[in-house]
Design a binder for this molecule. Sequence first.
Ligand SMILES: C[S@@+](CC[C@H](N)C(=O)[O-])C[C@H]1O[C@@H](n2cnc3c(N)ncnc32)[C@H](O)[C@@H]1O
Length: 302
Amino acid sequence: MDCFDPGWSFEPAAADGRGAMWAGRVLAHGRLVATVTEGVIDLTRTPDASASELEQLTCEGWIARSWRNANGVGGSGVARELAAIRGPICEVAAGPGGGFMPAVRRLNSGARILVNDLSPGVLRPWTRFLAGCGLDPGLGFAAFDATAPVLRPGCMAAVCSLDGFSNVAPAAIGPALDAIRRGETTYAEAAPAGPRPQDQAVESMAAALRRGGVLFAEEGTLDPAGRDDVAPARREEWQRRWSPFLGFAPARAATAAGLRVVRHETTPGRTLDPGEGEVPRDAARFGITLRTQRELVVAVKP
Ligand SMILES: C[S@@+](CC[C@H](N)C(=O)[O-])C[C@H]1O[C@@H](n2cnc3c(N)ncnc32)[C@H](O)[C@@H]1O
């Protein structure tokens, strides 16, 4: 798949690095995106899966299970629509579940899918597992920040996300994550100012679509009506802490990115358990209970 933006380059640290391990900087349109030391590209650590969490998922056989269960085959029918697409598909923030990819590959063994995640540590077990099954032709794996315009404009027939867009975090947050966990800073303080990363990811992926290309997003979003009635000042304080994560609306993001929404379905979700992640855990400390809803958005590039 020839879909990487030619604006990416590698700048070696020494003028003559021949015979040595790579060292230097990876640039995207002049912006530093990663450093390379001793031949190893140091992409910022994945924001939501530490090395030990990943090890645990691998030990628990998550990848094999996601493949066996063919994530997304039931439900909304999105996998069937994706399986009928002719041309390359990008699976955004695939995670250990792989998003729609396992189901689409099951329905169409010829599907060409570029599987994306910020973390190479998430993608590596997928490549190993699928190669072990003799199943990787047609699949590409690419660790990059979905909020950045990495893909060549117009190269994709479809992009899809199963809880991918809603979980996208700015790569810059990675190093701050431990400090957030220790309560030394907040997500809002550590996140770079500017547009919500989820919106940016939708915009970047919309740019990668060709005319007539389709974006499929099935996302859990926070139900704005579902927060407990805590004192307004306290609720505002909490909202400030997590503002970059709140208020993501996939249909609005798709429209803002120049796509035409052709399907938008919302179904009530459930109450989030504080153990399910940083956001509900911190909400619980403020006496706030969060409810989710499921949103399906199908949008076409005019
Ligand atoms: C909860 S998972 C998403 C669910 C996944 N699609 C599945 O089916 O299991 C969140 C994933 O988003 C990835 N992620 C976070 N920020 C990202 C970014 N900026 N670009 C690409 N992937 C990102 C994380 O590394 C993680 O694997």
